[in-house]
Design a protein around this ligand. Structure first.
Ligand SMILES: N[C@@H](CCC(=O)N[C@@H](CS)C(=O)NCC(=O)O)C(=O)O
Length: 207
């Protein structure tokens, strides 16, 4: 049994943490907690994440929730070049992470649920269209930034890239059209072309 436990089925935001663990090459146990089957409501899970949602992390005595915060912690703890070494780049990592969580995730989430996530009878094309339109502004910001450099912090892939690309994990798998933002498209192909990302996709596909 590994010290590190990632709770949450692969077809959930836990995939972001699985990807990071695969990048780091750290041993981890994958505890496949889901919500449809009531797994997130069980007392033993609520003791780890009282929000009744996945993912959640246990690392020895530490318990954490919030997928993107979990990644910041793991990347900082294990390093391996994925966590920035300067204070300024650390601040940029927090900036992009909070940006994707507050400016992007709800729109891409709504688009995804109303395009492929919900059963067809629950999908609302109007909600999907509005969510897609709301993405234009933040995606233009990301595209402009990535026109200057291959990765968010510069020349190499870091947890900042993984956290932002991780929010697009299922849209990427579901062939969301990134072509209106060519720099984002080239960057996300680079991110998901990584060996660890490919392995993570296989884990998700097999789940
Ligand atoms: N902001 C949280 C969101 C967690 C979340 O909403 N997870 C979904 C699965 S991807 C969930 O467990 N939902 C439980 C439910 O809908 O009852 C994070 O990024 O970890």
């Amino acid at each position: 049994m590994a010290d590190l436990k990632i709770h949450g089925i692969a077809k959930s935001r836990a995939i972001r943490n699985i990807w990071l663990a695969e990048e780091l090459g750290v041993p981890y146990d994958h505890v496949k907690v889901g919500w449809v089957d009531g797994g997130t409501k069980k007392p033993e899970f609520l003791a780890i994440n009282p929000n009744a949602s996945v993912p959640a992390l246990e690392d020895g005595k530490l318990k954490l929730f919030e997928s993107l915060a979990i990644n910041l912690y793991l990347a900082k703890k294990h390093g391996k070049g994925l966590y920035p070494s300067s204070l300024e780049d650390e601040a940029r990592t927090w900036q992009w992470t909070l940006w994707v969580a507050t400016e992007v995730e709800r729109h891409i989430g709504a688009y995804g649920m109303h395009s492929w996530g919900y059963a067809p009878e629950k999908r609302d094309a109007k909600v999907a269209a509005e969510a897609r339109k709301a993405l234009d502004k933040p995606m233009a910001v990301l595209d402009q930034h990535l026109g200057k450099q291959p990765y968010l912090l510069g020349q190499s892939f870091t947890v900042a890239d993984l956290n932002i690309a991780g929010v697009f994990f299922s849209p990427y798998v579901m062939k969301f059209d990134f072509s209106p933002w060519p720099n984002v498209k080239a960057w996300i192909d680079r991110c998901f072309g990584r060996k660890a990302a490919q392995k993570t996709m296989e884990i998700r596909a097999a789940s």
